[in-house]
Design a protein around this ligand. Sequence first.
Ligand code: GTB
Length: 216
Amino acid sequence: MIPTITAFARSPDGGRGLARDMRVRWALEETGQRYEVRLVSFKAMKEPDHLALHPFGQIPTYEEGDLALFETGSIILHIAERHEGLLPRDEKARARAITWMFAALNTVEPPILDRETTALSERRETWGEARLRLTEDRIRVRLSQLSARLGDAEWLDGAFSAGDLLMVSVLMRLGPPIVDEFPNLSAYVARGQARPAYRRAFEAQLEVFRRGGGGG
Ligand code: GTB
């Protein structure tokens, strides 16, 4: 059964692959799955049909027959558990790869999102610049720990896994300036982005942006 995911009809990221449908597309490409995409407007995301799929009125969602999922981590785990390519077969290695999925979403991404909120909504406050610096220092702590663990390795724990897919996606969201302070992390992101499955997913989301005439 071909799954259907949802994505922004007009992504505000200008086709840079930063919206979370990119992570799901990438997982589907890594595992060689065909998929369909239903594009939704910001208005439609808050209407009953979409809210029945996603209680928080967001993208992405994932529909496969009578199964409907939301939350990128859960969607990617579902895909990874059913198809070869994103989780090792060995039980312990698999548990460790899943641990990295949670680490990406629960430990590394939160300070990055915090910085983004400050940069977008709080910067003009009298305390905005100070708070921005604070959030950046918190990110540096996490990235230095991650950098120390990765060391010279290609991926976080053996072969490329869903943990790497999510970690690279999270670091991409932060963007180069801070990541580049850690050369092994910027090389890690570049390795992820060089994967053929990543390139296919990126082109597919960019095509939506091109067809939409430039977002907005
Ligand atoms: N925890 C959920 C998950 O992982 O699936 C979070 C889902 C989520 O944040 N979805 C966002 C959304 O639907 C899109 S990805 N937002 C609309 C809303 O809440 O009304 C976040 C995102 C949006 C835009 C950019 N960008 O333009 O660069 C990047 C990332």
